[in-house]
Design a protein around this ligand. Structure first.
Ligand code: EPS
Length: 388
């Protein structure tokens, strides 16, 4: 029996490298390095990114766990080298003593008892998300093998909001539209408004956050569990998304809007459509998907829909009111090279973080030592579920 899928990252923003170890993948799973690297390249993009992305070209170097592009059951280890490595050079990493509101600076300095935010910010930096994207992209190979597709994009920011419906039958067009957008929003009108917004924030030496959304298509029912709180897939997804730097809220399906409606306007009616027994919902089609594919903490066969809210980047060129450590004198917060907006990149991080959790839940249900066992369990389950 396979172990639970898990991963760990290590590495600082300006250290020699970021690393990730993904453990619990079955053997004989194809892992396409070029696909992992494509996700890393997407994470580096998006309008509003800082100068660091021009220095780096993030590439995952596999150090263990693969033989000729396939897993052998051992932990998959990878490294992403930092070109801008200078953590041990005090001249190039001077102390940061005016904590930035919104950043980990103040809380970290108080926690570790150091009047220099450098140590905290080196690890708290969203640079770490490169390792997280790589781990998610590796685990996502499990989903690829079963035709489960994960699509992340930017829904909006401030007063720019895309109402574009995300449907499985449009997925290829959606991916193309998103990839043609400077801010990873598959709706050209909102894309243009978001670019304007980020440009305005830049001119005003300010920053902007936004909303990212991830849809997962083709998931069988029964992933996750209602039996224990920490096995609920919605809870796991919320944990994973909230764990991304700068995320302040997570919603599933209709999310916070559920509180504004009566039950009849929230719950998705159940119909049975024998002609669609081959679909992931096994014929139990739902005319709406307000539940976002999750009921009782388990997938119901409908697309999983998760939305995350990213706060604006906490490093403002114009600074924010803060104080100097030691003297406690009021000062504008420190400025470190940063992004005006990283919401496009955050949508890539969220996409791969969600993919990881879905892959984990998939292997919890169908896991085995080899892909052959996983496939056997998956097919046996679907055959039995279609009898319900
Ligand atoms: C990031 C790299 C960092 C920041 C950003 C994300 O590089 P540097 O600090 O060298 O410019 O651009 O990190 C933050 C937003 C932050 O608050 O730390 C990256 O690769 O994503």
């Amino acid at each position: 029996m396979g172990k639970p899928l898990r991963y760990q990252t290590a590495g600082e923003s300006h250290g020699p490298a970021l690393v990730a170890i993904v453990d619990g993948l079955p053997s004989d799973l194809a892992v396409d390095a070029s696909r992992v690297n494509a996700e890393l390249a997407r994470r580096q993009g998006g309008y509003g990114r800082g100068a660091r992305q021009k220095i780096e070209t993030d590439v995952a170097e596999f150090l263990g766990g693969l033989r000729q592009g396939r897993t052998i059951g051992s932990p998959v280890a990878l490294r992403i080298v930092n070109r801008d490595s200078r953590i041990d050079d005090p001249a190039k990493t001077p102390p940061v003593t005016r904590p930035r509101p919104g950043h980990a600076d103040l809380a970290g300095s108080l926690k570790y008892l150091v009047p220099d935010c450098r140590g905290t910010l080196e690890r708290a930096s969203a640079r770490e998300t490169a390792a997280r994207v790589a781990a998610g992209a590796v685990a996502r190979s499990v989903l690829d093998a079963f035709g489960i597709r994960v699509f992340g994009f930017v829904r909006g920011a401030c007063d720019a909001w895309s109402a574009r419906e995300i449907r499985e039958q449009d997925l290829d067009a959606l991916v193309a539209a998103r990839d043609a957008s400077e801010v990873y929003c598959p709706d050209p009108e909102t894309d243009a408004r978001l670019v304007d917004l980020i440009h305005r924030a830049k001119t005003e030496k300010d920053t902007v956050g936004g909303w990212c959304e991830v849809h997962v298509f083709g998931c069988p029912p029964g992933l996750g569990s209602c039996m224990n709180w920490d096995d609920r897939l919605d809870a796991r997804l919320a944990f994973a998304v909230m764990g991304i730097q700068a995320f302040k809220a997570v919603e599933i399906g209709l999310g916070r809007e559920c509180g504004a409606r009566f039950g009849s306007g929230v719950h998705d009616p159940i119909i049975y459509d024998a002609a669609s027994r081959g679909a992931s919902h096994l014929g139990y089609a739902r005319p709406t998907n307000n539940a976002g594919g999750l009921e009782g903490g388990m997938t119901n066969g409908m697309p999983i829909v998760v939305r995350g809210t990213m706060k604006p980047i906490s490093t403002l060129l114009r600074g924010m009111p803060s104080v100097e450590f030691g003297s406690h004198e009021p000062q504008q917060s420190a400025y470190e090279r940063s992004d005006v907006s990283a919401v496009a990149a955050a949508s890539v991080v969220m996409e791969n973080a969600v993919a990881f959790e879905v892959a984990r839940a998939f292997l919890d249900k169908f896991g085995g030592d080899s892909m052959r066992e996983v496939r056997g369990a998956y097919e046996a389950y679907l055959a039995a579920a279609r009898e319900i």
